[in-house]
Design a protein around this ligand. Structure first.
Ligand SMILES: [Zn+2]
Length: 180
């Protein structure tokens, strides 16, 4: 209980013990956890304080740590960028992250004392999931269509896949071999 209290900038910890699956690389466990949102907002959109960011997926043990895969549902509220009508929605985000005992800064997450902490991950994911320019309907013209043109920058064109699945990491291929 002598641990210093984290500052408000730190998201609350959502700890999971992975001792069981760490005994044998390749073993898995299901994971369902939530982070209660606090102070997660941008200028015009936010995850309402007190709402639940829910993760569902699994952890798989690898030699250096564990791999977390699954999806997070991120509730958000905001205003239509054209007509300013109040909006709400849920963004579903695919997650695949590695927790390891010797994490690489910016690439993998720390695994300390056989525990992973979903708090910081879900916090970051939620901020990334917020729509930057929400619309009430795709063809909302708003009060001033000429001032706010109907094409949202960065929005994918329907039928065009802007983010094809990346090539398989050779480390995963090695892992697959181990499971044979
Ligand atoms: Zn609108």
């Amino acid at each position: 209980m002598s641990t210093p209290t984290p500052s408000e900038e730190h998201p609350p910890a959502v700890l999971i013990s992975v001792t069981e699956i760490r005994r044998r690389p390749g073993s898995r466990m299901p994971v369902e956890r939530t982070l209660v949102a606090q102070g997660l907002g941008l200028t015009d959109v936010a995850v309402p304080d007190g709402s639940a960011i829910a993760f569902t997926g699994e952890l798989e043990s690898i030699h250096e740590g564990v791999v977390l895969t699954g999806t997070a549902d991120v509730p958000w509220t905001g205003a239509c960028r054209r007509c300013l009508k109040d909006l709400e929605g849920v963004a579903t985000i695919d997650i695949r992250e590695v927790y390891e005992t010797k994490p690489t800064d910016g690439e993998t997450w720390p695994l300390d004392h056989d525990q992973v902490d979903l708090g910081p991950l879900l916090h970051d994911i939620a901020l990334l999931a917020l729509p930057l320019a929400p619309l009430c309907t795709d063809d909302c013209l708003g009060p001033a269509p000429e001032a706010f043109p109907a094409v949202v920058e960065g929005e994918p064109i329907p039928g065009d896949d802007p983010d094809p699945e990346p090539a398989k990491d050779p480390r995963w291929a090695a892992l697959d071999d181990l499971e044979l």
